[in-house]
Design a protein around this ligand. Structure first.
Ligand code: C2E
Ligand code: CA
Ligand code: CA
Length: 560
């Protein structure tokens, strides 16, 4: 399958022809016949001919070879030439005397492509030579389209075609499809340079071709993404994939694999590849796990993701999204001291979809900025409704995703919303996670400062979730630190609250109020209260509530 053909001769310009002939007169005649159309290289025996071949093979169109010569004859020439795969794409036309049929057969067996008889006939010889060149060049062009130059694998189009052919073949056959991809290939390209990475790609492709059992075809379907079709293998064959990286020419190459077993032959090939890639994505960037299978769970995930993407616009226009409010309680008074607005999606067919599923997708496709605007406005409406109903009013926090910071003039937008509903600015809080900050520290710092200047409180969400950097903490214009739910979970599990305690102390030193999230039990409430945190948000007090329930909750609080 590897690409052995060299480049076709340059078009335009005259093609190069090598004449190997010991008889001076014959050679002169032959050269004279060819010279008006070709660039002719003359040699007078097989040895000389082989030397000229080595120098010129990359752009040599044809060799005209005499059979009987001193030193190295035509047979020997053919034998040695055909043993070297660099010369595979160079055709040979043997020149023989008319009465030697057995020579012809012997030469054919040795890899000659055609014959001309002596004495030479101008028309015959030119036509033979031109025909053979045309044939070779069109084969080489097909070949170029067919193979990827860097890896020797099929090009994407040809790979797809090969797989289609296999899929439409014998109905009993079953196939597995594997995609491979190098983690962080782009940074390797920067680090080692393109040429070295090309060598790596080739070595990897060769290694995979060698190791994969039952291989049918392999193709390069992306920069560092290869796909392989195999006959269906017994379970456990994937073990061979662990040895793929051994002996690659660059260090620390991390190759990930996604596998589709018993590929559905009714499916289009790109779709089957996408499934393998979806499986691969689940292990990308992970340490120690390199292979993932496309299974039912992943399939459901994909279907859900698709439904989310396809349904989001309708969901927004048909009000399938609604906002829930989760109370935050003041530790000292025990009374409600705030609430967080959390979006919910009630899909007419699927039912409730968790924000944990759709928010990451919307953060990828940008839809989050529109959804968040909707949530902020809903929160403002709710605050206004509570005021008008004479309910005890508490500030509502809204979530701000990192993409929201790319929206032009976020503080003005939030201010405009608050003003539209006639709200005091201190009734609206803004929660953002630290990852938003680390993406673009200056812009986020400016934005937070501006929000604060306009009277909106700022909260740092999910502190301690694993990416917190204390270094930046005092540089941020913040009012509140929310301790991530994982902190209390871990503390309860280990019965060790020291980290939480010092986190709260740290916040206090920085003049930040603290909210502990995910408080579920009375023991946790007690521990957190001892530590001097300010607000508690968690199931112990309440789950997120729909509007009616939230308002009833507030009314209840008012009566306490
Ligand atoms: P978050 O901002 O950290 O929100 C807190 C999550 O913890 C909520 O999950 C809440 O229901 C849950 N939670 C609160 N107390 C407890 C507890 O005691 N135990 C347990 N097990 N869970 C508790 P939810 O509503 O599923 O939201 C998940 C995440 O989705 C949120 O995490 C937030 O990052 C994102 N999200 C939700 N609504 C919005 C929104 O309107 N805009 C944006 N940008 N993100 C949102
Ligand atoms: Ca939040
Ligand atoms: Ca949180």
């Amino acid at each position: 399958m590897m690409n052995k053909l060299s480049r076709p001769a340059e078009h335009g310009g005259r093609r190069k022809v090598l004449v190997v002939e010991d008889n001076d007169l014959n050679r002169e005649i032959l050269c004279a016949l060819l010279e008006d159309e070709f660039r002719v290289i003359e040699t007078s025996d097989g040895e000389e001919g082989l030397e000229a071949l080595a120098e010129n093979y990359t752009d040599l169109s044809v060799v005209l070879l005499d059979v009987y010569m001193p030193r190295c004859d035509g047979f020997e020439f053919l034998r040695r030439m055909r043993a070297d795969e660099r010369y595979d794409s160079v055709p040979v036309v043997v020149t023989t005397a008319s009465d030697r049929d057995d020579d012809e057969i012997a030469c054919l067996k040795l890899g000659a492509n055609d014959f001309v008889l002596k004495p030479y006939n101008v028309d015959v010889i030119k036509n033979r030579v031109n025909n053979i060149i045309r044939l070779r060049e069109s084969a080489a062009i097909v070949n170029q389209l067919m193979y990827d130059e860097v890896t020797g694998l099929y090009s994407k189009e040809f790979f797809y075609r090969e797989v289609e052919d296999a899929f439409s073949g014998s109905p009993e056959a079953e196939y597995d499809l594997v995609c491979s991809d190098i983690d962080n290939f782009r940074s390797m390209n920067d680090r080692y340079g393109e040429a070295n990475c090309d060598v790596l790609l080739r070595a990897l492709a060769e290694r995979e071709m060698e190791l994969l059992p039952g291989l049918v075809a392999g193709g390069r379907i992306g920069a560092d993404m290869f796909a392989f079709l195999m006959e269906h293998q017994r379970p456990g064959w994937q073990r061979v994939l662990h040895s793929v990286t051994g002996g690659l020419p660059l260090p620390n190459v991390n190759v990930k694999f996604g596998v589709v077993e018993r590929a559905d032959r009714a499916m289009t090939v790109p779709k089957v590849c996408n499934r393998a890639i979806a499986a691969l994505e689940t292990v990308r960037g992970r340490i120690g796990v390199n292979v993932a299978m496309f299974d039912d769970e992943l399939h459901e995930c994909q279907m859900l993701e698709q439904a989310i993407r396809e349904g989001m616009e309708t969901a927004l226009s048909e009000l399938q999204f609604s906002v829930f409010y989760q109370p935050k309680h003041n530790v000292r008074t025990g009374r409600i001291g705030g609430a967080e607005a959390l979006v919910r999606w009630f899909h007419p067919k699927i039912g409730t979809i968790s924000p944990g599923l759709f928010i990451p997708i919307f953060e990828k496709n940008g839809f989050i900025t529109r959804l968040d605007m909707f949530v902020w406005e809903e929160a403002c409406k709710e605050l206004k409704r509570c005021q008008e109903a004479g309910l005890p009013c508490v500030p509502i926090s809204v979530n701000v995703s990192r993409l929201d910071f790319d929206v032009a003039d976020l503080p003005s937008r939030i201010e405009a919303l608050a003003d539209k509903y006639g709200l005091d600015h201190d009734m609206l809080h803004v929660e953002l996670t630290e990852t938003a900050y680390s993406d673009n520290p200056e812009a986020v710092t400016d934005m937070l400062r501006e929000l604060k200047e306009r009277g909106f409180a700022t909260e740092l969400d999910d502190f301690g979730a694993g990416y917190s950097s204390l270094v930046s903490l005092n540089a941020l214009p913040l009012d509140v630190m929310k301790l991530d739910m994982s902190m209390i979970r871990k503390a309860t599990e280990l019965d060790d609250f020291r980290i939480m305690e010092s986190t709260i102390k740290l916040a206090q030193m920085l003049d930040l109020k603290t909210v502990v999230e995910g408080v579920e039990t009375v023991e946790e409430v007690e521990r957190v209260t001892e530590m001097g945190c300010d607000l508690i948000q968690g199931y112990y007090y309440s789950k997120p509530l729909n509007r009616e329930d939230f308002e009833a909750y507030l009314a209840q609080e008012g009566k306490r």
